[in-house]
Design a protein around this ligand. Sequence first.
Ligand code: AMP
Length: 277
Amino acid sequence: MKIIHTTSQLQQWRLTEKNSDIGFVPTMGVLHSGHSSLLKRATTECDIVVLSIFVNPTQFGDSKDLDSYPRTLKEDAVIAKKAGVDVVFAPTAEDLYGGVPKALRVEWGDLTSKYEASHRPGHFDGVVAVVDKLFQAVRPQKAYFGEKDLQQVSVVRRLAHERYSDIEIVPCELIRDRDGLALSSRNTRLSITGRISALKLFSVLTKAKKEMNKGADREETQRLYWAALDKDEELSLEYLRGVNERSFSPEESPEAWTHIVVAAQVDGVRLIDNIRL
Ligand code: AMP
């Protein structure tokens, strides 16, 4: 397994793999089983797998969040090797962006203005900027993204539709810990009691899904569970909503909802989760 730190070295390597079918898994590192499931899928579907590990400054609104984001390249390399990764691409921000990292504004309607976008202004501008740079550098045939970040999958699909019609975006199933908590690199920052509070998100998603699928009024069910989480003092709820995964439009009729999405802060850690209806 090669570890490459500059875009120019990656481009040189890429020339030697002109005829290979390349699968790409972009991450910010601190690899866990959620990331490994993407890598496993990529290694079974492609000749060569490139994993990027890059904590992207332009997608963080809060510099404290960026600074406190864990960085564990050595441990990540061990996991990557075991998973069968061929190349780890871990550039510096200056190298990848070719200077001071910045992101242009992206306006793709509700997709880049609602839910995650409205609670993290500029977040998807940064995601689009970095995925665009990484796609240019890696030039994969397939790129794997986790449904843990459901809205991100749709944003990246839109990016591919606009600029990279030759790259197939492969959405991968959300992976949970044994207790149901959606795996996330941020979970390491939760206290024991914080983790118990965080589990309420999955519990509410599961109950709401069950009721909706049994025929309960979807809007009313959403409202009741939103109210329950909103008044819970152990967490700070940002949103709990039924959405259609393609549009992320708040105007979508409840019959067109494909998922329930939720975001909340626990212990000062921002968590997101979702469940398919
Ligand atoms: P991150 O390092 O958090 O930016 O995540 C890198 C990729 O792994 C993204 O496509 C995420 O959606 C995906 N990912 C992170 N956590 C999970 C999970 N629990 N299940 C599935 N995919 C995940």
